[in-house]
Write a new protein. Structure first.
Lengths: 210, 210
């Protein structure tokens, strides 16, 4: 029994990590785990874990730990991992092709339906087994297939313009690798900006200040 | 005047983002900005920003806002963006090659010195203008060049073993894309695990629960 309405943003942002860790534990053959043992693996406190997992219903029993399969199913349902949301990728450069190839979209609730690029040299070639389409054909594609997630692997300069256009075509969520924080004036659009540079800079910080 | 010793982990994790936003404002020609205006751009509260930036010294003046060039220099110094830490990349698959090509390492305090792969078919080819070396030659390379950051773009199964070996060769920091949270029993080693799947799942969550 989930109590979705009460889940805070910070708990939500931890959900994929719980889902991933619990998945690994199940693969290793673990059936139940206490909040204390889970806390050691996840670098969270046991009380934080108990508080977080209470949001998803009653899977922990005092002295018995959590039933991992039930817990993973519930978190997966909340995350929507079985939804297969129709996804398009814009920009078939090095990063775009790597994302298309590297990610197991179906594990994350998505299904990669098409790849677009404005470079006519790329159109007709394939990435991850999908034929790269001309960006000029995107309106027609969207009308027929109704994608709702767009992955932006395009230069910063064109990101805002393309994002605005895609919202007009019905895109509801953006996974944005464009080195640019999308500013969308639509309250119902979801954006995850991925800044790989922010992450590697923390290594430089760590070494510099160690 | 920085007060590094007092900076908390959560402020540190926001540093790259401040550095990036301030850089963009400078590019746009902005010289000074108030915490209120910066807060609108960064989706933080003005008081949070004032509190964070106070950690780096006295760049804000009541009524005058922040001197952006000085502030960026100071944050850059704390982050170590001018250090050019010698970096190696392990795994020249799709993702590895995309990371090598896509990232401007010098902006982030790093310098990509070599790429390694265990696949003899890849050895001798190039990625981002760098010749891919045989992983068997890594000990020799490390002894001569003393790299200190390693980027892991390898399958989960081999990540832990390679990471342990690299620590033995003097690697101090890992940027880990291997779908596996490194568990290093060395307190002085820095790890940033990048889980792209966690990020895209938040889109599925958002759509499912909207």
């Amino acid at each position: 029994m989930s109590k979705k309405g009460e889940i805070s943003l910070s708990v939500i942002r931890r959900l994929p990590r719980y889902y991933r860790f619990i998945g690994e534990l199940i693969k290793e053959g673990t059936v139940r785990i206490s909040s204390g043992d889970l806390s050691k693996k996840m670098s969270l406190t046991a009380s934080q874990i108990r508080q977080d997992l209470n949001c998803f219903g009653g899977f922990g029993q005092q002295g018995y730990g959590y039933n991992l399969i039930e817990l993973r199913q519930e978190i997966g349902k909340i995350l929507g991992v079985d939804k297969g949301y129709k996804t398009i990728l814009i920009g078939a450069g090095n990063l775009g092709k790597a994302i298309a190839t590297h990610m197991n979209f179906s594990e994350y609730g998505c299904s990669l339906a098409a790849i677009f690029d404005s470079d006519k040299q790329k159109v007709g070639k394939t990435a991850a087994g999908i034929t790269i389409r001309d960006i000029d054909d995107i309106d027609e594609f969207a009308e027929e297939h109704k994608p709702i997630i767009a992955i932006l692997c395009i230069p910063k300069a064109s990101a805002q313009e393309i994002a605005d256009h895609l919202v007009g075509l019905g895109i509801k969520a953006f996974w944005n690798f464009s080195h640019y924080d999308l500013r969308l004036d639509y309250s119902d659009i979801i954006v995850e900006n991925v800044h790989l540079g922010d992450s590697i800079m923390l290594l430089s910080y760590g070494i510099t200040n160690s």
